[in-house]
Unconditional design. Structure first.
Length: 295
């Protein structure tokens, strides 16, 4: 097995984005936990736990993606985008992938569980929900996007409770931003890849096809994301910097979604998709920096 095959098996870029979200949430949770114990600054942040979170989060996310590819092996053969993955191309056997997935799942869960039991529980829940609920739902109903948005946003909770084992308002805000972002992100990808998805029978657009209703729903999710992204400032956990950046990013995002609704073109959906890749890390980093500076 080459590194390229392993990278495709665990969906490396997606996994790294997930780990990034979890690590940002860990740092925010660490500040809260330190303040609860009367500490200030960065000197009392447990960097070893941060490393354990990154490694454990990578393994757990990679395992979920691995199980997803095992389940969808025959479907991946039907799509141009996925036909060259290691399982459908038969460069790797299902047994090999299963061993790798189980090893990563067990080791990742062990590392995250060592941080605290709630972190370990959430990691197991995310694997089950993504691989064994969301994955088969993709061929049955567009509700799969809602289901998939939950494990897609759980890394924020996992990272936060790894440092501060309580699901409080800040944890829910972090989760809420990433949860709502998932919908616009998913629908943009589904619009771009709709022809390929149909070859495998996936139904991810709201109506199952590229039409005005699907575009309106996509625009509505971007519209809902705007006030959700302002919650850190509204609730007093962030200042005007994060509020201003989130507002600008959300308005750009909203304009891109409006352009899709206006034109119904794949080009507009692709622009929205690339915009979604930038939106989340920018808003999360700004929340972290503003949160640290405000406190």
């Amino acid at each position: 097995m080459s590194f390229s095959d392993f990278k495709n098996l665990v969906k490396l870029r997606l996994t790294l984005l997930v780990v990034f979200s979890a690590s940002i949430s860990f740092l925010i949770g660490s500040k809260i936990d330190n303040e609860a114990h009367g500490y200030t600054g960065w000197s009392h942040i447990n960097w070893m736990n941060w490393v354990m979170l990154i490694v454990g989060g990578f393994l757990v996310t990679g395992a979920a993606n691995c199980f997803n590819e095992i389940i969808e092996k025959d479907l991946d053969r039907l799509m141009t985008r996925t036909a060259d993955r290691p399982l459908p191309s038969e460069r790797m056997t299902t047994g090999q992938a299963l061993v790798i997935g189980l090893f990563m799942a067990l080791l990742g869960t062990y590392l995250l569980g060592k941080l605290n039991l709630l972190t370990g529980f959430l990691s197991v829940f995310s694997i089950i929900l993504y691989a064994f609920v969301y994955t088969p739902l993709k061929r049955r109903s567009p509700i799969a996007v809602f289901v998939g948005a939950i494990p897609g946003a759980l890394p924020t909770l996992i990272g936060y409770v790894a440092a501060h084992p309580t699901i409080d308002e800040i944890a829910l805000i972090l989760f809420g931003i990433q949860f709502m972002w998932q919908f616009t992100h998913f629908y943009a990808i589904a619009w771009v890849l709709d022809d390929d998805y149909k070859l495998a029978g996936f139904r991810l657009l709201p109506t199952g096809k590229r039409d005005l209703t699907s575009a309106i729903v996509t625009f509505a999710t971007a519209l809902i994301l705007l006030p959700v992204s302002l919650l850190p400032t509204y609730m007093g956990y962030g200042g005007y910097y994060v509020g201003g950046v989130s507002l600008v990013c959300s308005l750009i995002f909203l304009y891109q979604a409006f352009n899709l609704m206006r034109t119904l073109e794949v080009k507009a959906a692709r622009t929205l998709m690339f915009g979604s890749f930038l939106y989340l890390p920018v808003v999360q980093l700004m929340f972290l920096f503003d949160f640290i500076g405000k406190r």
